[in-house]
Design a protein around this ligand. Structure first.
Ligand SMILES: [Zn+2]
Length: 319
């Protein structure tokens, strides 16, 4: 079980315990994470939370047998209003945070005070199929924020909503975003060729995997490559490693999507900005790309009857 990392390329490494009781994934998504950070200036505690969500979204996405995008959001009722990460089936990701501009965020602030100050924070997972039928709505799961960190919130969601025992170890800072996911596979009589696994043995494998995972400290995750961690944690286990996947930063914004968002805002709103500014400027919340619309562009937008389709507004109107 060896992984050959390519410098500057992110890696997601899937593996399975050979008795098929547990599957796992290690991720180093640091390059993608630095792409996100190069477009935004966030306080350190927000970087930590969003960076961990970036790792978690890719881990969950790679785990799904689903052709489409996973959109992971935390809607906050504290100084942080929104954290959002989108990841498609190719593991192309983008992420952004919305922070109350008036807020003063302490360096040691944690998830509960940042996002769940009044107990009204929400964790939302949306699965948006790539090949949607006309009129088909994306699947959306919304739960209260149950947990004091990103990993625990997702573990609780997976257990309650998907009935899947999942454990996550996540860490992120200015440069690095890494994580480990372990998931208990549904017991199906065992897959070992020599002898089928009993249910107790399958449970034992799961418990042992979780104990090994729990030895992983945040500092160690931040400072150690995933191939080293894999050896360090699971060297005594019989593990099958799959071909590595390579997540990457990619923003899906287009002039057409921003145009649709302006159409949803409505003619009156757009006209009032036009009157005030002489043009409408929109910056993509995810990548910072600027889109400008003059009077002629806006007139064209509202002249067509094309249906409006946008799941998440791509930006907000700025001058
Ligand atoms: Zn963009």
């Amino acid at each position: 079980m060896s992984i050959t990392p390519i410098i500057g390329q992110d890696t997601l490494q899937k593996f399975i315990f050979d008795n098929a009781a547990v599957r796992g994934e290690f991720i180093d998504i640091s390059a993608t994470w630095r792409e996100v950070l190069s477009r935004h200036a966030y306080p350190a505690p927000v970087k930590k939370l969003l960076g961990e969500m970036v790792a978690a979204a890719a881990l969950l996405s790679a785990n799904l047998k689903f052709n489409g995008s996973i959109i992971m959001q935390i809607h906050g009722d504290g100084p942080v209003r929104l954290l959002v990460v989108e990841c498609d089936a190719e593991l192309h990701l983008r992420a952004t945070a919305k922070i109350d501009p008036e807020a003063v965020i302490a360096d040691d602030a944690k998830l509960p005070s940042l996002l769940n100050a009044h107990g009204k924070g929400r964790f939302i997972i949306t699965l948006d199929p790539a090949d949607k039928m006309p009129g088909q709505q994306p699947y959306q799961g919304i739960v209260p924020l149950d947990g004091d960190d990103v990993g625990t919130v997702i573990e609780n969601y997976m257990l309650r909503s998907e009935q899947l025992d999942t454990k996550l170890w996540l860490a992120a800072d200015d440069n690095v975003s890494r994580g480990l996911l372990l998931q208990k596979l549904p017991y199906n009589g065992g897959k070992t060729e020599a002898a089928p696994l009993t249910e107790d043995e399958a449970l034992e494998t799961w418990n042992r995997a979780v104990i090994l995972g729990s030895t992983l400290k945040e500092e160690e995750l931040l400072s150690t490559t995933i191939d080293v961690l894999m050896q360090r944690l699971f060297w005594e286990e019989t593990i099958r490693v799959f071909d590595p996947l390579h997540p990457a930063f990619h923003c899906t914004c287009t002039r057409e999507k921003v145009g649709n968002m302006l159409k949803m805002l409505g003619r009156a709103e757009v006209d009032s900005v036009l009157e005030e500014q002489g043009h409408v400027g929109v910056n993509c919340d995810f990548c910072g790309q600027r889109y400008d619309y003059d009077k002629v562009d806006c007139a064209q937008l509202f002249a067509t009857d094309a249906p409006v389709e946008a799941l998440i507004p791509a930006g907000e109107v700025k001058h």
